[in-house]
Design a protein around this ligand. Structure first.
Ligand code: MSP
Length: 476
C-alpha cells in the first residue's frame, strides 16, 4: 500500500452475457479489500473500481445474435452487472462503462498522442486471433487445428492493414521491472511464467486498430476513420479514466498506480505486457501489483459462458444469501489457485460452517443469556488479527482464523456447560456467557469485510439479545 491510499481494480468484464460466479469471484475479493482498507485508512483514501468492457467483435457478434443494436445490448447487460453487484453488496466507488463518452474521448486522446510521438505506425498485421479472448494467440497456446482451449473456438488468421503499437521498444524495461518486482506479479509462479514468455517469444509490435468493415463496434481511430481502436487498448485505459484522467488528474495523481489489480490468468499476459508498455509510452508509473487468482473450474474445466458450465451468482444469492456466496468463494480454495466449485459445496458449507457453527453459536449464546437471565456487558474487544492474511490476499487463511474463534467459542461452551453452571455457580455462568458474548462481537468485527450483512445482524442481535436464525434451513 502506498502513500496511505489504496486503489484496487477488477478487470472490466465483457458484456457478451450476464455475470457468472467467476466474475463475482474477482469482484467479491476486491470488495473485501476495499472494505478492509476503508476501515483502516478512511473512506476517502480508498478507491475501488470495476466496470464493463463493451466494445469489440465479441460484443458485436452477441448483439447481432440477440437481434439488438450493440448499444442496446450493452445497456441491458451492463445493468445486469450492476444489479448483481448490488445483490452481492459490492461497494465499488466507480463503475466504468467503456461506452461512456468521457472514456471514449480519453482513449482517442491517448491513441492520438502515441501516434504523434511515433509509438504508433501504419503497417500490416498477420496473426491468429481468438474472438472469445479478443486476443492474438501464438501457435503454442492453441490445440491442433488452431482451437483456443478457453473458448473451444477456432482462431482465425487475421491479415489486414492495421496501425501497430511499438511494444517491442518497451520489452527490456518491462522485463527489468517485472524481474525486480517493481511490477509485482503474484503468485510467484505467474511472475516466472510471464518472464519466460517474454524471454521465449519476445514482445512484438501489436495491432491496435481493426478495419471498420471487420469491427465497427469500437472507438474510432482519431487519425483514420476507416479503423476502430483495438478493444484492449480501449479497455486498459479504464483504470485511469475511471479516476477522471486525463482531464482531471487530482484523483489519478493520488491513486495511480493501483495498489493491486486483480484478475485471473486468462488476462495476465496482456496486463503484464501491453498495459505496461502503454503506461511506459504515456510516461506514467507502471502497475504496482498484478495479483493473478485461480479459476473456478467445473470438473477441471474453466467455468465459462462459452463452455456452458457456469454458475449463476444471482440465483445462488437468492437461495443462500449474498453473504453465503461471498464467504464460500473466498473460503473454498486459496486465492491464486484453481479450485472446483459447485452448488453442493455451497449447500454443504451453508449447513456446516454457517448454520451449525456460526449461526448456532449466536443462537445458543443469546438463548442462554435470556433463559438464565444473565446480565452481560460489551467489553472493549480486541480484534482478531487478520492483517497479515489480508495483506497477502490470503482470504481463505483469514476466514479459517475467524472460524477457529467460532469453533473455540463453541467448544468453550461445551467445556463449561452453562446449563450446569446455571444450577451450581452463577458468577461463573455470567463469566462464561459474557466471554462468548464478547467473542461474538470480535467475530462480527472481523467478518464485516467478508459478510457485511451477517456482521450487522450479529451485532444487532447481541444488542437486543433477541436470537433469530442467521442462516435458515433451506428446503429443496
Ligand atoms: N474484458 C476483459 C478484461 C479487460 S480489463 C482491462 C475480460 N473480460 S471477462 O469478462 O472475460 O473477464 C475475465 C475475468 O473474469 C478474469 O480475469 C477473472 O477476473 C474473471 N473470471 C472469469 N471467469 C472466471 C473463472 N472461471 N474463474 C475465476 N475467475 C474468472 O477478460
Amino acid at each position: 500500500m502506498g502513500k496511505n491510499k489504496f486503489y484496487v481494480t477488477t478487470p472490466i468484464y465483457y458484456i457478451n452475457d450476464i455475470p457468472h460466479m467467476g466474475h463475482a469471484y474477482t469482484t467479491i475479493a476486491a470488495d473485501v479489500l476495499a472494505r478492509y482498507y476503508r476501515k483502516k485508512i478512511g473512506r476517502e483514501n480508498v478507491f475501488f473500481m470495476t466496470g464493463t468492457d463493451e466494445h469489440g467483435a465479441k460484443i458485436q457478434e452477441s448483439a447481432e445474435l440477440g437481434g439488438k443494436s450493440p448499444k442496446e445490448f450493452a445497456d441491458e447487460v451492463a445493468s445486469a452487472y450492476k444489479k448483481t453487484w448490488e445483490k452481492l453488496n459490492i461497494s465499488y466507488d466507480y463503475f466504468l462503462r467503456t461506452t461512456d463518452l468521457e472514456h471514449e474521448r480519453a482513449v482517442q486522446w491517448v491513441v492520438n498522442k502515441l501516434f504523434e510521438q511515433g509509438d504508433i505506425y501504419k503497417g500490416v498485421y498477420q496473426a491468429l486471433y481468438c474472438v472469445g479472448c479478443e486476443q492474438y494467440k501464438t501457435k503454442s497456446e492453441l490445440t491442433d487445428g488452431n482451437i483456443c482451449p478457453d473458448h473451444n473456438r477456432l482462431c482465425e488468421i487475421h491479415e489486414e492493414e492495421a496501425y501497430l503499437f511499438k511494444m517491442s521498444k518497451y520489452q527490456n524495461e518491462i522485463e527489468k521491472r517485472i524481474n525486480k518486482d517493481e511490477i509485482l506479479i503474484c503468485p510467484k509462479t505467474r511472475k516466472n511464467e510471464i518472464l519466460s514468455f517474454i524471454k521465449n517469444e519476445g514482445l512484438e509490435d501489436i495491432a491496435i486498430s481493426r478495419k471498420k468493415e471487420n469491427v465497427s463496434w469500437g472507438v474510432d481511430l482519431p487519425f483514420d476513420k476507416n479503423h476502430t481502436i483495438y478493444v484492449w487498448v480501449d479497455a486498459f485505459l479504464n483504470y485511469l479514466t475511471g479516476l477522471g484522467w486525463p482531464k482531471n488528474t487530482q484523483k489519478s495523481d493520488l491513486f495511480w498506480p493501483a495498489d493491486v489489480q486483480l484478475m485471473a490468468k486468462d488476462i495476465m499476459r496482456v496486463h503484464a505486457t501491453i498495459w505496461q508498455a502503454m503506461l511506459l509510452a504515456l510516461n506514467l508509473p507502471t502497475s504496482r501489483e498484478l495479483f493473478i487468482h485461480g479459476y473456478f473450474t467445473v470438473n477441471g474445466k474453466k467455468m465459462s459462458k462459452s463452455l456452458g458450465n457456469s454458475l449463476d451468482p444471482n440465483g445462488l444469492a437468492d437461495k443462500y444469501g449474498s453473504d453465503t456466496i461471498r464467504y464460500i468463494v473466498l473460503r473454498e480454495f486459496p486465492f491464486g489457485q484453481d479450485g472446483d466449485i459447485s452448488e453442493e459445496k455451497i449447500a454443504q458449507r451453508y449447513i456446516s460452517d454457517l448454520g451449525n457453527e456460526l449461526g448456532n453459536l449466536l443462537q445458543r449464546t443469546l438463548s442462554m443469556i435470556n433463559k438464565y437471565e444473565v446480565k452481560v456487558t460489551k467489553k472493549n474487544i480486541q480484534s482478531i488479527d487478520i492483517d497479515l492474511e489480508i495483506n497477502k490476499l490470503c482470504f481463505d487463511g483469514a476466514l479459517i482464523k475467524i472460524w477457529q474463534e467460532v469453533k473455540n467459542s463453541n467448544q468453550y461452551i461445551e467445556v463449561n456447560a452453562p446449563w450446569v453452571l446455571a444450577k451450581t455457580d452463577t458468577p461463573k455462568l455470567k463469566e462464561v456467557l459474557e466471554k462468548v458474548f464478547n467473542d461474538l462481537y470480535r467475530i462480527a468485527d472481523a467478518l464485516e469485510y467478508f459478510m457485511p450483512e451477517t456482521a450487522i445482524k450479529i451485532c444487532n442481535q447481541l444488542k437486543d439479545k433477541k436470537p433469530q436464525p442467521l442462516f435458515i434451513r433451506i428446503e429443496d
